[in-house]
Ligand binder design. Structure first.
Ligand code: GL7
Length: 828
């Protein structure tokens, strides 16, 4: 008796694994069983890691039946699947989310307590998989959470980096990077499937030959190859019985080592091929918003994309499936340009392996992909040199030339005689290389930006010729964040208050937070809300004291700027504000007692090769050391800069914030997603009219948002006139005094030049116009202080921020993708 996959079946084999009963006793039994059989230790001799591993397996077992059932349903119903192709997934810790998805948190806590174990200790044992740099990678993690929760079939495809984003330490205020050894104690969340490995080819050359049908054909003769080993991870939906899959690929040598060479005694040479192959998934590139033009990075990109297409075509589709119908079964969503090499890869598979004619292959390919752009910075748009591409992927380069030829013919037909336009639009730019964003735009059914302003600028400024040619191709999907992780898990007290007030439907229907609006005027609710904010502040204060030896004083406004360190995000502007306050006290312009008690919290990693960003970190730390120790401020102004900001820290920090700093130069931040997390946790935003800030402000209302700075058109105009930062320095005495204080040596033991790089850059270059927005920023901060002094009014605004930002759930983003891009409905 054979089942649908051709495997033998047995009546019992198709029944789902029974989920154990939801009881404390049942849980304890399971937990001890896992401890004994998986870890091989009795409770009395178990380490914290043993206990964590056993707890994780216990929870995993509860999810297993649902995973099997989900896979069975997909196998049977063959629904259209979303293949989310992303080089990054910034997942955060898994345990809490798995407990939430199975509704086991309370039972586990009680059960462990019976064993004498504090669940918090086990939670703290988990090292988060930091397989992403920042917003882009975290967005991917939120999206797969939402798709699972919404019952949408999705496979997330990516790379299982052995080392994720580096661990940041500070040495004398400077960032020092340490490798992120997230796998060193083992990960209980992954399921390796070496038997399902796929081979990925590289290099070599192509040959032309005449096929049996008399047509000229191309054969790629690669020079070397590696194996992609899939590791599956569960992506549990929230209390809905669905578990989707995240499949991350790990690179392995096809031949582990050469025994002949080994026996001859040259051990290093014997394992060279292995080292070379394994390097591909060794480490995440720690670049954020800049492409790293490294051969290894292109290898990573092709590696995971080739594995993923192979996997879907060979393993997910039934034997004999007609690939002409592929678009009915999958949409590959390209998360930025990183996976765009998938486009020529699918063309290659269809033409070279399945004998498709060009037009047939293009028809299928161009219906299988959609592209999301996540940036506006020109330097962040990937361009691969043709010689590199030709060396690594000769067949793909040929196909890209052919795609370009067909495309340019279409352009010339649409705009006859406009050769210049065709030149501008060419996928291959002479002198530069292959413009991956253009390739993605040509191939994608849809192209979307990640916030309204960004999508508009994408159409008007980044890809104007393309939007003229195909206006209907362009659309917007504003980003979102998962309310499970970023409210329900990260802010348990607030969640409880919301549940008690409006029920718990909001966790999967976040717009229902609107029902809280009337409570903004209820003094009792406001008091409870304020109490929770204070509780969250104590929670983070305890953590920072233990984690970093940082002191977070009581009663301060908690002003938070956490995000990657980038000039366009303007951490330097925030710093200028702090230094300006300090300068005014030092020079006696104001009394310390006039400074509103405030702690500014920074959290930020800089790309290791980004010198200006690293200098900015150094400067923040030096300013922090000075002002935190200076009695003249009477402890009223503090800077806290915990090292190694990551998802785990964000979950504790964001709920404690009063003020959310979203101060990028208008037109630069594609969306931002931290901005959404803060608003949902009842922080007020001080921000520019940039990215999703625009939409946040529209929803919460001007009265509850501190807007400052130039608008995007004003920025463009100032840029066109010729921006001269020095004129602001010369014209504004407070700004001058502030910058001069940094150059005076007070923050650098008398060294007047230590921070020249940052200061001179601001005075003379200031690409992101911090000086132009300084006055307006300082004025907005004064309004913050005025509002914060009236706690009732502040809490009212904070509640309204939470109540009015339910729109920013990633569930809503997914609904938008389903309607505007994927054209599929959830499979229930
Ligand atoms: C980013 C954008 O900078 C950020 O604004 C956006 O919210 C995020 C998700 O869409 O994508 N683009 C990018 O390259 N990184 C981002 O975080 C690293």
């Amino acid at each position: 008796d054979l089942g649908p996959s051709g495997n033998p079946t047995h009546p019992l084999a198709t029944a789902p694994v029974g989920a154990p009963p939801h009881s404390v006793d049942g849980f304890v039994k399971e937990f001890l069983h896992e401890l004994n059989t998986n870890q091989g230790v009795p409770l009395s001799m178990s380490s914290v890691n043993d206990q964590y591993m056993a707890l994780a397996s216990t929870v995993r077992n509860y999810l297993m039946a649902r995973w099997l059932e989900t896979n069975r349903k997909v196998h049977e119903n063959k629904p259209k699947t979303i293949g989310y192709l992303s080089a990054e997934y910034l997942l955060g810790r898994q345990l809490g989310n798995a407990l939430l998805a199975t509704d086991l948190s309370d039972i586990a806590e009680k059960g462990l307590a019976l064993c004498g174990i504090d669940i918090a200790t086990l939670r703290a044992q988990e090292v988060e998989p930091g397989l992403g740099n920042g917003g882009l990678g975290r967005l991917a993690a939120c999206f797969i959470d939402s798709l699972a929760t919404m019952d949408v079939p999705c496979v997330g495809y990516g790379i299982r980096y052995e080392y994720g984003i580096f661990r940041q330490t500070f040495v004398d205020g400077r960032q020092v990077e340490q490798p992120d050894t997230w796998l060193s104690l083992g990960s209980p969340w992954e399921f390796p499937h070496p038997e399902a490995s796929v081979q990925v080819d590289f290099g070599g050359h192509t040959e032309r030959y005449i096929g049996e049908d008399g047509r000229e054909r191309v054969r790629w003769v690669p020079a070397w190859n590696v194996l992609g080993v899939p590791y599956n991870y569960m992506v549990p939906g929230y209390l809905n019985g669905r578990v989707n899959t995240l499949r991350l690929w790990s690179a392995q040598a096809t031949k582990a080592f050469d025994l002949q060479i080994f026996n001859s005694g040259d051990y290093a040479q014997a394992v060279r091929a292995q080292t070379f192959a394994e390097n591909i998934s060794k480490v995440l590139y720690p670049e954020d918003s800049t492409p790293q033009g490294k051969e290894l990075r292109l290898q990573q990109q092709y590696f995971f994309v080739a594995c993923s297409l192979r996997d879907f075509i060979d393993h997910s589709l039934e034997d004999g499936f007609d690939l002409h119908n592929l678009p009915e079964r999958i949409t590959f969503q390209l998360n930025d340009t990183h996976p765009v090499i998938a486009v020529p890869e699918l063309m290659r598979i269809l033409i070279d392996e399945y004998d498709f004619e060009w037009d047939e292959a293009w028809d299928v390919t161009s219906r299988c992909f959609a592209y999301t752009c996540h940036t506006l910075l020109p330097e962040a748009l990937e361009v691969w040199p043709t010689d590199l591409l030709g060396r690594l992927l000769p067949r793909h380069l040929e196909l890209i030339y052919q795609i370009n030829d067909h495309f340019l013919a279409e352009v010339r037909e649409a705009f006859p005689g406009d050769d210049l336009r065709a030149h501008h639009m060419s996928i291959i730019s002479h002198g530069q290389g292959v413009r991956m964003a253009f390739l993605a735009t040509v191939a994608g059914t849809k192209v979307n930006g990640v916030a309204e302003l960004h999508s508009q600028l994408l159409r008007d400024k980044v890809l104007p010729d393309f939007s003229a040619l195909w206006p209907e191709k362009f659309t917007n999907v504003t980003n979102g964040v998962t309310p499970r992780r970023f409210v329900r898990l990260s802010n348990p007290k607030l969640s409880e208050l919301i549940n008690d007030t409006i029920g718990n439907g909001w966790v999967t229907d976040l717009e229902r937070l609107k029902e809280l609006e009337p409570y903004a005027d209820d003094p009792e609710f406001r008091a409870q809300f304020a109490e929770i904010k204070a509780w969250n502040k104590h929670r983070i204060a305890d953590l920072l004291r233990a984690r970093d030896g940082i002191d977070l004083p009581d009663g301060h406004l908690v002003d938070v700027m956490v995000k990657r360190l980038h000039e366009y995000k303007r951490q330097s502007l925030k710093l200028l504000h702090i230094v300006s306050l300090y300068e005014q006290v030092l020079s006696g312009k104001i009394a310390a007692s006039e400074v509103m008690p405030r702690t500014v919290v920074f959290g930020s990693k800089a790309a290791p090769g980004y010198a200006m960003a690293k200098e900015t970190i150094h400067l923040i730390n030096k300013v922090a050391a000075t002002i935190n120790a200076d009695p003249i401020l009477e402890g009223r102004l503090k800077i806290a800069f915990p090292a190694n900001y990551n998802v785990t820290l964000a979950e504790k920090l964001i709920p404690a914030a009063d003020l959310s700093e979203q101060i990028s130069l208008a037109g630069m931040e594609a969306s931002g997603t931290g901005n959404m997390k803060f608003a949902l946790n009842g922080a007020l935003t001080i921000g520019t009219d940039d990215g999703a800030n625009v939409e946040i402000r529209k929803l919460v209302g001007d009265k509850h948002f501190f807007l400052f700075g130039m608008s995007e058109p004003e920025v463009a105009e100032l840029g066109a006139q010729g921006y001269n930062p020095h004129s602001y320095y010369d014209a504004n005495p407070q700004l001058k005094a502030t910058l001069d204080l940094i150059s005076s040596g007070v923050f650098s033991n008398g060294d007047r030049h230590l921070f020249d790089m940052v200061v001179e850059n601001l005075k003379n270059q200031d690409r992101f116009m911090a000086l132009a927005d300084f006055d307006s920023y300082v004025a907005a901060q004064a309004k913050v202080e005025e509002r914060y002094a009236d706690q009732d009014s502040w809490m009212r605004s904070a509640i309204l921020n939470m109540a009015r930002t339910g729109y920013f759930s990633s569930d809503r983003s997914m609904r938008d993708y389903l309607q505007r891009i994927w054209h599929t409905t959830p499979m229930l």
